[in-house]
Design a protein around this ligand. Structure first.
Ligand code: F6P
Length: 531
């Protein structure tokens, strides 16, 4: 596909001018003062997700110019090409069709294959969930990256829907401190291992799978075929491991986009077939929204465009995600792979170096925990970090008073970031813990907040399989949008290769002590580790 570099467009030049004239200095407090309908103007309704983009450092013209930019860069054509199964992952010559995994039967590409595996996987999950018959009490997912982060995030998020007679464990790290405490709690007869690896060659996963198999046999287990299943595109390698039950997927499913595929097996076991289908349906509804809604009302597209505005014009280097729902504790970690592995690129689709920045750092913790840790920096630090708040109107627990406090905190933090506090206001306040000897003006400076710090708020009515599916798909399509505007390939990950091959070189040196050809630091460290 041909594409137009964003920094060569008319809209980019217009955005640059607009930023200098009105963007850099835009004050949110004044903007709300000027326009009593600002909330409505920047509110977006998408399936299951409401987005308030009014506390973002942009105005209506910025938004229009960003939409112009998207059109000039061919976002819509690229989006349509993705849905149509064109090989938009050009460096790997692959289509990008995770959207087909959540299309209803008969509607998406490869529907027979997709629904064939899905039906088989859900029937298998259902059998496991019948614990009286299956005898399974613990499911251990062994996988890393995209073969771990999705299920590890979704299973606790949907705890209210989970089978509480089965515990799900996740082992990813090649560091043995990950698998050791997990195995300590288990017995072979009641444990099912899911070996999740698209390639079935990933060092960490293969090493942990071997340890699990060793443990299983050493503890008296004999039926490897009955207690180990695979989620992979490499059925032959799984068979070689001794696995007979495999759930396949395809090279057009990227690792970080794979929780909708067989990689979702632990989710299906935890929440059951009907809920897993609801997760897919929510994602599909968001796909339709992204594919069919004009950019002027398209939530994932506008979030992605805002990311471009923030990264390339405001030059914000990171975005903090603060889900005010403990179930979403792993969402920031999930989004780190989704966004930073997808858009952490420095050349365009043709391999030409970029003259502009791409993926920001994405990080965060659930609220209110983050408030007692790093929010200090968000409020008073020298750098502006846009914050993304996620709030859920109805809790899935019965503690109404706790929930009200969580929601009030969420709103208050967004308000405080924007509002700030002047030195004069601080001067008029008492600060009981302040040193008595401190000069009042100096103290007031410590206690003032610049404000005008931007945030986005995403609201869900409840955290259900359907709404979570929609939320995740929204993030996927947002990352697609910024990647398309930046003109990069969001679907490869060559950046992980170098470390992998250097590790293969160093591993035998730990044994042999061979330091030839190593830099001084690596040689010195290796020597110390061998002592
Ligand atoms: O870290 C690189 C990566 O390829 C990720 O993209 C992927 O999700 C992960 O490794 C795991 O790969 P696999 O599922 O093949 O084991």
């Amino acid at each position: 596909m041909t594409f137009k570099r964003c920094d060569t467009t008319v809209a980019w030049t217009a955005l640059r001018g607009h930023y200098e004239a009105h963007g850099r200095e835009l004050d949110l407090r004044e903007a709300f003062g000027r326009d009593p309908r600002r909330f409505e103007a920047f509110a977006l309704e998408a399936p299951e997700v409401f987005g308030d983009l009014s506390k973002c450092r942009w105005d209506l013209l910025t938004r229009q110019l960003l939409i112009d930019l998207a059109r000039e860069c061919g976002l819509e054509a690229r989006r349509d090409a993705m849905f149509a199964g064109q090989a938009i992952n050009a460096t790997e010559g692959r289509a990008v069709l995770h959207t087909a995994l959540r299309a209803p039967r008969g509607q998406g590409l490869f529907s027979d294959e997709v629904h064939g595996v899905l039906d088989r996987m859900l029937a298998f999950a259902d059998n496991v969930r019948d614990t009286a018959a299956s005898g399974i009490r613990d499911v251990v997912n062994i996988g890393i990256g995209g073969s771990d982060l999705g299920p590890r995030m979704v299973v606790p998020a949907l705890d209210a829907y989970a089978h509480h007679g089965i515990r799900c464990h996740f082992v990813a790290n090649v560091d043995g401190h990950d698998i050791t405490p997990v195995l300590r709690e288990l017995t072979p007869e009641t444990t099912l291992f899911v070996i999740a690896s698209k390639t079935f060659t990933t060092q960490e996963t293969m090493a942990n799978a071997a340890v699990a198999r060793e443990w299983f046999l050493a503890r008296g287990g004999s039926d490897i075929g009955g207690h180990f299943v695979g989620a992979t595109t490499n059925l032959a390698a799984a068979a070689q491991f001794g696995i007979h039950t495999t759930f396949g997927f395809w090279d057009w499913v990227g690792g970080r986009y794979s929780l909708w595929s067989a990689i979702g097996l632990p989710i299906a076991i935890a929440i059951g077939p009907e809920n897993f289908r609801a997760l897919l349906a929510g994602a599909h509804a968001m796909d339709r929204h992204f594919a069919e809604t004009a950019l002027e009302a398209n939530l994932p597209a506008q979030l992605g465009l805002l990311d471009v505005w923030y990264r390339n014009f405001h030059r914000f280097g990171s975005r903090s995600v603060a889900p005010y729902h403990q179930g979403l504790a792993r969402l920031p970690a999930y989004l780190q792979q989704l966004e930073m592995e997808s858009n952490g690129k420095r050349v365009d689709q043709d391999g030409a170096p970029l003259a502009y920045d791409t993926s920001p750092v994405v990080w965060g913790e659930p609220g209110t925990n983050g408030q007692h840790a790093y929010f200090q920096m968000l409020h008073q630090g020298t750098e502006v970090v846009p914050v993304e708040f996620i709030a859920v109107r109805r809790p899935s627990h019965g503690h109404a008073a706790l929930h009200a406090k969580a929601l009030a905190n969420c709103l208050a933090q967004a308000q405080a970031l924007m509002r700030g506090k002047t030195t004069d206001a601080a001067l008029g306040e008492r600060a009981p813990t302040a040193a008595a000897s401190l000069e009042p003006l100096a103290l007031a400076r410590h206690r003032s907040f610049p404000g005008n710090r931007p945030s986005t708020t995403l609201l869900l009515d409840a955290l259900t399989p359907r709404s979570l599916g929609a939320l995740i798909a929204m993030y996927e399509q947002r990352v697609f949008t910024s990647g398309a505007v930046w003109g990069i390939n969001s679907f490869d990950q060559w950046g992980v290769e170098l470390g992998k091959s250097l590790c293969n070189d160093l591993l035998p040196r730990l044994d042999s002590g061979d330091l030839r050809g190593l830099d001084g630091s690596t040689a010195g460290l290796l020597q110390r580790l061998r002592r």
